[in-house]
Design a protein around this ligand. Structure first.
Ligand code: MD3
Ligand code: FE
Length: 214
């Protein structure tokens, strides 16, 4: 698809971070690429609308979610899990946009493709508390995150707990969570409303690619 080929950005450089295994590419997607990816996400959500999951304890998330790919991460009274269908419509999740598969290959080098893409929508006031991602079968496989829309204050710290580091994730930024960072504690403290004009009406989208099954 024109406008969403990662090879169009030959001068792209990795931004060094002090966090072992946390790899960051600021502005990996150009504004045109961000708009093209947003259009693909919008086409997907027409078939798999955002819904508001609840924690196993029954508390609603402030983030709304949907998924693309063979498996989607869901949470409800029965717990956290990956499943092949949308909990509201019962339909299979839409395909992962090809540009995201291309980014996975380029950024992670992991031979198996991702089988899950969680799509998080942060509207005004939404946040995500510190947590670890450990619902995947092989925790050695990396995760890859793409941010679109309003910037967010992201916090990350060691798996064992202790000191955390805050950094801003902005529209078009891509990060890979590899090795030690794969089990890092992380969350979104807040979204900076009005920081991006990508999405009419504001808000932030995060797409996280993972390998749910071996
Ligand atoms: C660090 N999402 O969906 S993306 C999540 O911006 C999640 O919506 C946040 O944490 C968001 O689980 C953060 C960056 C990210 C993604 C996956 C990770 C950081 C990670 C996996 C392990 C460690
Ligand atoms: Fe997470």
């Amino acid at each position: 698809m024109p406008g969403v080929d990662v090879s169009e950005r030959p001068c792209l450089r990795e931004t060094p971070t002090a966090i072992d295994g946390f790899r960051l590419w600021k502005s990996a997607l150009s504004p045109d690429q961000q708009r093209a990816l947003l259009a693909e996400v919008e086409a997907g959500i027409a078939a798999a609308p955002f819904y508001r999951p609840t924690t196993p304890g029954g508390r609603p998330f402030s983030v709304r979610m949907t998924n693309f790919g063979p498996l989607g991460w869901v949470s409800d009274r029965a717990g956290y899990r990956y499943q092949p269908h949308h909990p509201g419509t019962g339909e299979p999740w839409p395909a992962i946009p090809p540009v995201l598969l291309q980014l996975w290959d380029a950024a992670t080098g992991w031979l198996e493709p991702p089988d899950a893409c969680l799509v998080n929508l942060y509207e005004a006031g939404a946040r995500m508390g510190l947590h670890q991602d450990r619902d995947e079968a092989d925790l050695r496989a990396p995760a890859l995150s793409v941010s679109l829309g309003d910037a967010a204050v992201f916090r990350i710290g060691p798996a064992e707990g202790g000191r955390t580091t805050s950094l801003r994730l902005e529209s078009g930024d891509v990060c890979a969570l590899t090795s030690a960072a794969r089990l890092a504690r992380h969350g979104i403290d807040r979204v900076l409303a009005g920081s991006s004009s990508l999405m009419a009406g504001g808000g932030r989208l995060n797409l996280t690619l993972r390998r749910a099954r071996c």
